[in-house]
Design a protein around this ligand. Structure first.
Ligand SMILES: O=C1O[C@H](COP(=O)(O)O)[C@@H](O)[C@H](O)[C@H]1O
Length: 762
């Protein structure tokens, strides 16, 4: 029977159409068009007829024969361009007239098959309304005719919105007419997963289970960042963007029971597997954000207070609740701005070979890791393909694969030479969208997501996305930041940097035992006890978080610093871990200062300046040293008034955003010493004082210190252990003897950062 297909592409001038879809429809035309199989193509957008038509013509100029220099292809390309018509569709009338006058129509009983593909490469929020309009103007409702509605992700942003979108569209198109694209399912290696499993049934099906598999890794690493897509990315983030869909689909293909070649088996086996994947929990997910993300967000005028939370990297631990897979960790890794563009599924088998004798000459390939890798995007490999460790089995290849001849000795995969693998590659490696479009035309639903499948996918991910939406992702440097490396134990993921220092060297046995019984509070405030490196990193992270959110809200961030050697470590942690700290909008104040010249080693400001300020780009006017270095007597009588006036002028309601305090061995804080009359001064903000060594000092008073929005008290070094110990004791103490007790911020946000040496002693 002759057949004609109308292809109607909405979003015809958009990015996806420009990059992939027009080229893929040309490939379809090239391969499928015959005398009996004809096509028309309509490029739809809201642009006016003339402008839209010009843009489309330009876009079609880029469609090409991809290296095929035959005259046949050239001719077909010419024909194809003639068959594309631009149509502006905005109003109901335009839709109706399009259906009546442009699309092909046939009488009810003709011997002719008519098909219509409505491809929506447009924002999902208009899917329902366009589907409704198409249903009334253009959908075919006669015998020998079919209509297909094609949707691009995102399909909702959580379970509820996905279901409601499915319901709305379901009012106009039946399930079998809806094609939700997942282009990963059309990638050449992904298409070979089930044939490969089938062809190697005897070898594989006995070892693809929890008895033999140590873990499954599914990775989708990209070098590209999110520049130009911040608006989308802020809404979705990496988990919604790729884990909930592509990566979970990949998991289904490697872990599902093999279907019996019937499509219904395929769907039901896949859905069954997806229904067995346990809901991902908060502790199963690590998140990160590449360090220039906020810069890109600023450039794209995004809402920074949202952007700070957007994960561009995530690692997740999944589990499948089935007799076959129970207990096998499934680890998903995906991120932007990483070191390579590589997507793969790696099945790592347990090491069950014990060498007893002759181990010296034990063959590397017998001894090495046993794994199967489905390399979907090539990464460092010469091409995509399927790798099987030679010590596992020698695979039979299904029709779509052929052997890869490895010529280079130099290529390594997860530390093993390519020679240690059987390497097979797809015979054809066309762009995934070419496959999507061909499947679509043929009505083959392999690259598409069903409504039931979608429901399962969201069920796995919805709650963790919600739970982590206000979590600050760990910042990482673009392209190659080893601090993203992570490990898992007892069902929890941890970045290696934290984990290794926590469990290894830095805690002695005694400390490790006591860690479990650490109190959560000290002097009525939150307590954090950690080895010093981690302690400063945590505090730096906290300051960075508060700075970013404060700048996002108020446009300015006031940070007051103390002196002392602990502060140096803190500054170094900020510089090392937070290169994107918003210095431009930060004002630096001093908690206290000695009345000494800048170059005097007693000067707190010299340390702040040399260790921190000279290393960042902070406007000169944002720096507020406490004493006046322009005169010989740096602490003249006017200095207190000058500093007070500056505080009143710059700091709204005199609420500093973050203050860093220390604590002396005698319990003093700032320059507020035991028995000082200033401890009760509720009137003034700043004062001059002396301690026993009679060095004159200036200090902020509790009247302003306790108004701070966030206060951190750093206590570090074993010399502080005694004072910590006695303050932690039950005996009642007063502020007159222990000034630190005067720290009592109205905001309630006070945290004591105490390092191991100060807490546990020597
Ligand atoms: O769906 C998506 O996938 C691309 C990566 O696809 P690939 O075919 O280049 O591996 C990703 O960049 C994009 O953020 C996401 O929406």
């Amino acid at each position: 029977m002759p057949q004609h297909t109308d292809v109607v592409l909405f979003g015809a001038l958009g990015d996806l159409s420009r990059k992939y879809l027009w080229q893929s429809f040309f490939q379809l035309y090239l391969k499928e068009q015959t005398e009996n199989k004809t096509f028309s193509f309509y490029g739809i957008s809201r642009d006016a007829q003339k402008e839209g038509s010009q843009k489309l013509t330009k876009l079609l100029d880029d469609v090409n024969c991809e290296g095929d220099i035959s005259s046949v292809c050239g001719l077909k390309l010419f024909e194809f361009r003639q068959l594309v018509t631009y149509v502006q569709l905005k109003t109901d009338e335009q839709f109706d007239s399009f259906g009546e006058h442009k699309l092909k129509n046939i009488p009810e009983n003709s011997d002719f098959v008519l098909g219509r593909i409505f491809y929506l490469a447009i924002p999902p929020n208009v899917y329902s309304s366009v589907a409704a309009r198409l249903s009334s103007c253009c959908k075919l409702k006669i015998r020998h005719a079919w209509s297909r509605l094609v949707l691009e992700k995102p399909f909702g942003s959580d379970l509820q919105s996905a279901l409601s979108m499915a319901r709305d569209i379901g009012k106009h198109f039946k399930e079998e007419e809806i094609y939700r694209v997942d282009h990963y399912l059309a990638k050449s290696v992904v298409r070979q997963i089930l044939p490969f499993r089938n062809r190697n049934f005897n070898h594989l099906e006995t070892i693809l289970n929890n008895e033999h598999v140590e873990r499954i890794e599914i990775a989708m690493k990209e070098t590209a960042d999110s520049k130009g897509r911040i608006e989308f990315y802020d809404k979705y983030g990496v988990i919604r963007d790729v884990m909930q869909n592509h990566m979970t689909e990949l998991l289904a293909l490697v872990a599902m029971e093999l279907p019996n070649n019937h499509h219904s088996d395929f769907d039901s086996n896949k859905n069954k597997l997806l229904s067995q994947v346990k809901e991902v929990k908060e502790e199963h997910v690590l998140t990160g954000q590449y360090s220039r993300y906020l810069h890109h967000a600023e450039q794209e005028k995004a809402n920074i207070s949202l952007s700070v939370y957007t994960p561009t990297f995530a690692a997740s631990l999944l589990n499948i609740d089935s007799p076959r897979w129970n207990g096998v960790p499934i680890i998903m890794i995906s991120g932007k701005a990483l070191d390579e563009r590589s997507s793969y599924i790696r099945i790592k088998f347990k090491d069950s070979v014990m060498c007893v004798c002759g181990c010296k000459s034990f063959n590397v390939s017998q001894h090495g890791a046993r794994q199967i890798i489905f390399q979907i995007n090539p990464g460092s490999l010469p091409t995509v393909g399927i790798l099987v460790s030679k010590n596992l089995f020698s695979p039979h290849l299904p029709e779509g694969l052929e052997d890869m001849v490895v010529t280079s000795q130099e290529s390594f995969v997860f530390g093993q030479s390519l020679n240690e693998f059987y390497f097979s590659i797809p015979k054809t490696n066309e762009n995934a969208y070419v496959t999507v479009v061909r499947d679509l035309y043929r009505g083959d639903k392999k690259s598409f997501v069903t409504t039931e499948g979608l429901e399962h996918l969201w069920h796995i991910w919805s709650s963790v996305i919600e739970e982590t939406k206000h979590r600050h992702p760990k910042l990482y440097l673009e392209k190659n930041d080893i601090s993203l490396n992570f490990g898992y134990s007892n069902g929890i993921l941890r970045y290696v940097e934290q984990e290794s220092s926590l469990v290894a060297d830095e805690f002695s046995e005694r400390e490790r035992l006591s860690v479990s019984s650490l109190p959560s509070h000290f002097l009525g405030h939150v307590l954090l006890v950690k080895p010093d490196v981690q302690l400063y990193k945590s505090l730096a992270e906290k300051i960075n978080d508060v700075a970013k959110t404060t700048v996002a809200k108020a446009g300015i961030f006031h940070l007051a610093l103390s002196g002392g050697s602990s502060s140096i470590q803190l500054y170094r942690a900020i510089l090392k871990h937070f290169p994107k700290f918003p210095w431009r909008w930060t004002h630096i104040w001093q908690v206290d200062e000695r009345c000494a010249q800048y170059h005097d080693q007693l000067s707190n400001f010299k340390t702040i300046d040399e260790e921190l300020l000279q290393n960042v780009r902070i406007p000169y006017g944002n720096i507020h040293p406490m004493v006046d270095y322009s005169v010989a007597n740096v602490c003249s009588t006017g200095s207190v008034e000058r500093y007070k006036a500056a505080l009143v002028h710059f700091v709204s309601k005199l609420e500093l955003d973050f203050i860093i305090l220390g604590m002396g061995q005698d319990g003093h804080t700032a320059s507020l010493f035991p028995k000082s009359g200033l401890l009760k001064d509720n009137e003034n903000l700043v004062a001059m004082t002396t301690n026993e060594s009679s060095v004159k000092r200036m200090t902020l008073l509790f009247s302003i210190l306790n108004k701070a929005r966030h206060t951190a008290v750093i206590v570090s070094g074993h010399k502080k252990h005694d004072i910590v110990d006695s303050l932690a004791g039950s005996e009642k103490k007063n502020v007159n003897n222990y000034p630190i007790l005067g720290v009592n911020s109205q905001s309630g946000n006070v945290t004591f950062y105490i390092d191991n040496d100060a807490w546990f002693g020597k």
